[in-house]
Ligand binder design. Structure first.
Ligand code: AMP
Ligand code: MG
Length: 351
């Protein structure tokens, strides 16, 4: 199959492209599209057979549920059995935006896309191209990230093309994604809201709206059984092993020097993903092409936006192992560290 990438810069003037995307989706095909978080791989969310194509193209395990993307409030009513009060408040505060709300599902949502769960994750993206495409399709769009399963999520159309070339007919190119990490997932089915995946809508922001908010134990304890099946899988992994250096920023540069020396003594070529500050301090130890900055230390929005491209930039690099600098775990840092822990397979050095 030939995969086309079409730039969409103006949804009003480019209705023809959006209508073509809508037609492909209605006919059971797949379209990759930009959102404010990462690129999604979409299919008609009410058509189990169309959604089977998503699992196949990504190589995604069938028990890992898909999020349904909607363009407006009536579509939420169509896929949720009921909208709990917590979801009402969160929608009023954050939708459209980088948040997915888990609710009990309506019968027309196929079991095959929820991993057999009686619930469904619903999200309204804050991106003109995404919402115009959903409107053109006229149905809720099931979409996970548009990467090969297990790889870093794509934040550019080129990254989507790298992973899915030949497997899908169309990629809508909306440029680089604003946030760069996937949506915050909040389970709204219980007494208290529970964060299943941290994202750009932070715990602090949720608590301002709801009062108390819990965090799924699986996010902090590797051995806990996660509530959503998909959370157990290895994620965001670069092609060579990654070790995370986490802890006190003031000890970071010394910790990097030591970790680099230990590896170089064993004749390993070390790649680095770190802050500008760390890179300035250790630069001389590593060839330039194996040094990737993700932004200034503490600039969490920039680090979130750059992290997946940084991981992907080592795809074709001549490195045997990677060392990555952690951030603190407050606010957006919780989402960044969640992705880095998974990318490292929980291999980390305490600083
Ligand atoms: P992705 O689409 O790749 O960002 O992954 C979607 C993730 O959303 C899954 O891996 C699950 O962790 C979560 N998810 C989707 N639907 C549900 C649901 N009904 N209940 C709990 N978690 C869900
Ligand atoms: Mg994903």
């Amino acid at each position: 199959m030939n995969t086309r990438i079409v730039a969409v810069t103006d949804v009003r003037r480019q209705q023809d492209v959006l209508e073509e995307a809508g037609r492909i989706l209605k006919e059971g095909g797949l379209v990759a599209f930009p959102t404010e978080t990462v690129y999604g791989l979409g299919a008609n969310g009410l058509d189990g057979k169309a959604c089977a194509g998503i699992y196949e193209a990504k190589g995604r395990p069938s028990d890992n549920p898909l999020i349904l993307h909607v363009a407006n409030r009536p579509m939420v009513e169509h896929v949720a059995a009921e909208v709990p009060w917590m979801a009402e408040r969160l929608m009023a505060a954050f939708c459209p935006g980088p948040i997915t709300l888990v609710m009990r599902k309506a019968p027309q949502v196929p079991d095959s896309i929820t991993g057999g769960l009686g619930t469904v994750g619903i999200r309204m993206p804050d991106h003109d191209v995404a919402r115009a495409m959903i409107r053109a399709a006229g149905v809720p769009i099931a979409a996970p990230s548009a990467n090969t399963s297990g790889r870093p999520s794509p934040t550019t159309a080129e990254a989507v093309y790298h992973d899915l070339k030949g497997k899908i007919p169309l990629v809508l190119d909306g440029g680089a994604c604003h946030f760069g990490v996937e949506s915050t997932i909040v389970d709204c089915t219980g007494e208290t809201a529970v964060i299943l995946r941290p994202g750009a809508v932070t715990r602090e922001m949720l608590e301002e709206v709801l009062g108390k908010v819990d965090i799924d134990p699986a996010l902090v304890d590797e051995s806990a059984i996660p509530k959503a099946p998909g959370m157990k899988y290895r994620h965001y992994a670069p092609k060579v092993p990654l070790t995370l250096l986490e802890g006190n920023p003031s000890g970071m540069e010394d910790a990097f020097r030591k970790a680099i020396e230990q590896r170089q003594e064993k004749h390993k070529k070390v790649g680095i993903i770190a802050s500008e500050e760390t890179i300035a301090a250790i630069g001389g130890m590593i060839p330039k092409e194996l040094l990737v900055s993700y932004g200034h230390r503490g600039d969490l929005p920039a680090i979130a936006a750059n992290i997946y491209e940084a991981l992907r930039s080592f795809d074709d690099a001549d490195a045997d192992c990677l060392l990555a600098e952690g951030t603190d775990e407050e606010e957006l840092g919780l989402a960044i560290m969640n992705r880095l822990h998974k990318a490292s397979g929980f291999q980390s050095i305490r600083v």
